[in-house]
Design a protein around this ligand. Structure first.
Ligand SMILES: [Zn+2]
Length: 585
């Protein structure tokens, strides 16, 4: 009986399938390709914020995205270095650091023999800014491959436009790609800038935007709480001791924007970037870009990438469980609603596709965790450096020993060249110096030092520092001998042989090192743990089938999916999956 009953079902299913194919084919004749793709990246935003703060959201911001869009509730970064550069590099390229070379914030450049930010380019200058720090000379040259902005421009010989906007250089650059245009905020200029890589001068519309001096209009103004006081019980106390007095803003509300000089200064402009006013400013620039560059006007689709930076600056300063981050996210909902309303007024239904995601999550203030009885902490580079120096000196002797003499060469002073999360860079010049010296004493120094042993000893030594969970050497990664655990593949994805350290260190949860490990306040991100990897991924608008999707997806899936929406080639190095289940065709 069961078999008989199944026959009509199969026939019905076949008919349904057949009719589905017809409608599928019919829809393909008029592809729902947008005129404009808007990619919004919230810098430092966990997926869980969407539920934690949902009671403060209206219907037109995050809720509109979640209700009318395709929301992935389990979207993760699967690389280890959850930082701004690697995150933004991945979003529109679909590639990991092991392909695109953007492995962290900073690296040791053996060619220039100095530590450099990942996007530093000695040949790039900021037009119009004289006193810029060297690190601000930024371009996408160190990014290997291309991204979706590049592919879109290549697809029609530059009839499309691609623009990246952020307060941070690396965010704007990685949204614009190599062929688009990037604009970001510079605290010396007090306005938006670009790199000589993209143009020798700002276009008139950016100059006009700067001439409005919008940041200055906030001088003397205060960032106050937008929610009733009782609502902030969702966060820890406002004045938690390890919150930062960021550029004179103070640790608790109200945060007054001013400067002791009585007028706007680079410090004031930096403080401005930590307030919700900076998000209004960013979105105002996005509107100006749409109008001035006539984005979405013709039949060639354009990309506008907007990275919301203020959430990250405030998150670092006050921690993710602060009144400030709660207030900023509650306000961000309204700010996004306003931006969506603007897009509604300017474009017809079906002309715009919106993607919203984040470049990483956030690690709680370690001191807040310890007050709750949860193990957490800041690891100082000196602790790591001392442990590794001692272990290598115990085994091989001092690095500066030349024969029976001690060299004064400062380049031979230490075994460790650089500690840059997650990498330990070994001073191979010291190793070579010992190796090449036939008179070195004691006798074991005359034998060749095995680099693999040096790295293993360095890694083992780091384990003696509280908060370090494990280590991975480049030998393990390059020889395919990584341990079979949840984390090893994440570190492999963040390893690029010519740029990464000799040893990569993995902290325990709630521990971190690097620049925020060196400080005694503020918090960061950059780990392979849930609080740093789990971020929103929502697509809405033209070409998108709405729904809530709970399957695990990877941030590398965004680029090939949006390539599908735009009907163009996916970026060259992409490793993601086209999320075909959300494509309305
Ligand atoms: Zn970031």
């Amino acid at each position: 009986m069961k078999n008989l009953k199944r026959i009509p079902f199969l026939i019905t299913a076949g008919v349904l399938c057949f009719s589905a194919q017809i409608s599928h084919a019919q829809k393909r004749e008029t592809p729902t390709r947008p005129k404009l793709a808007v990619v919004i990246v919230i810098d430092q935003f966990r997926q869980e914020y969407l539920s934690r703060y949902s009671k403060f959201f209206g219907k037109d911001g995050f809720n509109r995205l979640m209700k009318n869009g395709a929301q992935f509730t389990s979207a993760h970064y699967s690389h280890a270095t959850t930082y701004t550069g690697p995150g933004h590099a991945q979003i529109l390229s679909g590639s990991f650091g092991h392909t695109n070379g953007i492995i962290g914030n900073r690296w040791w450049n053996p060619a220039s023999k100095q530590v450099e930010t990942m996007f530093y380019d000695a040949s790039a200058k900021i037009p119009g800014v004289e006193l810029s720090p060297k690190d601000d000379d930024t371009s996408p040259r160190n990014f290997i491959g291309n991204n979706l902005s590049d592919e879109l421009l290549l697809a029609n010989n530059f009839k499309s436009k691609a623009i990246g906007i952020a307060l941070k250089d690396r965010a704007a650059v990685m949204l614009a790609g190599k062929l688009g245009k990037a604009y970001w905020f510079h605290e010396q200029a007090g306005g938006m800038v670009t790199s000589s890589y993209y143009a020798n001068a700002l276009p008139a519309w950016v100059q006009n935007f700067n001439a409005k001096k919008i940041p200055e209009s906030y001088f003397g103004k205060a960032w106050t709480k937008s929610l009733p006081q009782s609502e902030y019980s969702l966060s820890h106390v406002d004045d938690f001791p390890q919150e930062t007095d960021f550029e004179g803003l103070g640790r608790a509300f109200p945060h007054v924007l001013s400067d002791k000089s009585g007028k706007p200064s680079p410090n004031f402009y930096t403080a401005f970037t930590a307030t919700p006013f900076a998000t209004d400013y960013t979105l105002q620039l996005a509107r100006t870009a749409i109008e001035s560059e006539q984005l979405g006007e013709d039949s060639y689709p354009d990309i506008l990438g907007v990275s919301i930076t203020a959430t990250d600056i405030a998150g670092h300063a006050f921690g993710p469980d602060s009144h400030e981050v709660q207030d900023m996210i509650a306000r961000l909902d309204g700010q996004l609603a306003g931006f969506f309303k603007y897009l509604d007024a300017r474009f017809a239904s079906g002309e715009v596709t919106i993607v919203l995601t984040a470049d990483h999550g956030a690690t709680p203030l370690p001191e807040y965790m310890t007050t709750l009885g949860i193990e957490a902490g800041r690891i100082k580079k000196k602790q790591l450096g001392d442990a590794i120096e001692k272990a290598l000196t115990d085994r091989f002797g001092p690095p500066n020993m030349i024969g029976k003499l001690v060299s004064n060469d400062p380049d031979l002073a230490k075994w460790v060249l650089l500690l840059e999360d997650p990498g330990v860079y070994i001073n191979w010049k010291a190793v070579e110096s010992i190796q090449s010296n036939q008179e070195a004493e004691p006798a074991f120094l005359r034998s060749k030092i095995n680099p693999e042993e040096v790295r293993r000893i360095a890694g083992e030594a780091a384990l003696s520092v509280k908060g370090i969970l494990t280590y991975y050497t480049r030998d393990q990664i390059q020889n395919g001998k990584m341990p079979n655990n949840r984390w090893a593949p994440m570190f492999e994805k963040s390893f690029y042989a010519a740029r990464s350290g000799d040893v990569l260190l993995q902290t325990k949860p709630y521990y971190f090192w690097g620049s925020y490990g060196e400080r005694d306040s503020g918090s960061t991100h950059g780990s392979p743990y849930e609080y740093d990897t789990h971020v929103p991924m929502i697509f809405m608008g033209a070409g998108i089938r709405p729904g809530t999707y709970d399957q695990n997806v990877d941030i590398t899936d965004i680029a090939p999916t949006l390539a599908g929406v735009l009907d163009i080639a996916a970026p060259v190095g992409n490793e993601g999956r086209k999320l075909h289940e959300i494509l309305a065709r």
